[in-house]
Design a protein around this ligand. Structure first.
Ligand SMILES: CC(C)(COP(=O)(O)OP(=O)(O)OC[C@H]1O[C@@H](n2cnc3c(N)ncnc32)[C@H](O)[C@@H]1OP(=O)(O)O)[C@@H](O)C(=O)NCCC(=O)NCCS
Length: 176
């Protein structure tokens, strides 16, 4: 167990904001306009909803406009049906200097709250920008619970893996 709270981040922007502040929940009904050719909900409808909630969560933490810079890991475990209710839950997992990683968990169930299941989770990196579209520093991030700390550690591992991969690709291209 780690002693908490701790404050993380790579900017000097104070005060730090708690993870709790960035927590957002959205519930929506899947309707016939959301259907794909297989008769289930189109994956793009869910991704758009993930992008929207990730924006709300990131912009709450940053206190300003944010844009999507990357989506990590999008796996659909189970189809979602028209007439079902989808609940998305988002919160910031970690912050860099100008970027934040938001984790989004998606669950589906019937209107009567039956057959509830986890359909997918996604990690979205958003960057805070100024009026000219340039990246600007985001506030540091306060972690208060062991669950938030676990999410932070996993987000930092994803960030390190992402950077290492980008570096390998740059090295290969410069050697070409
Ligand atoms: C977001 C944007 C302003 C960043 O500009 P940039 O020149 O790459 O800026 P930087 O290199 O300084 O990177 C800014 C931050 O983004 C992060 N970043 C950049 N590319 C990334 C990627 N592919 N994955 C994850 N993070 C990334 C950097 O690590 C940095 O984070 P940090 O400050 O916390 O360390 C620019 O890429 C952009 O405008 N992209 C389009 C965004 C958009 O329109 N999205 C909607 C698509 S329709």
């Amino acid at each position: 167990m780690t002693d908490l709270p701790i404050v993380v981040g790579r900017s000097q922007v104070e005060p730090a904001r708690p993870a709790e502040l960035s927590r957002v929940t959205v519930t929506q009904l899947m309707t016939p306009q959301d259907v794909n050719l297989a008769g289930n909900v189109f994956g793009g409808v869910i991704l758009a909803a993930v992008d929207r909630i990730a924006y709300m969560s990131a912009a709450r933490h940053a206190g300003r406009l944010c844009v999507t810079v990357s989506f990590d890991e999008v796996n659909f475990h189970s189809p979602i049906l028209v007439g079902e209710v989808v609940t998305l839950r988002a919160c910031v997992n970690t912050v860099g200097r100008t970027s934040v990683e938001v984790g989004v968990r998606v669950e589906a169930e019937s209107v009567q709250r039956e057959n509830r299941r986890h359909t997918n989770s996604s990690y979205v990196t958003m960057v805070a920008i100024d009026e000219k579209g340039r990246p600007v520093p985001v506030p540091r991030f306060e972690i208060r619970t062991q669950e938030e700390y676990r999410r932070y550690l996993e987000a930092e591992e994803r960030r390190a893996a992402r950077l290492a991969l980008a570096q390998r690709h740059r090295a290969r291209r410069s050697g070409e």
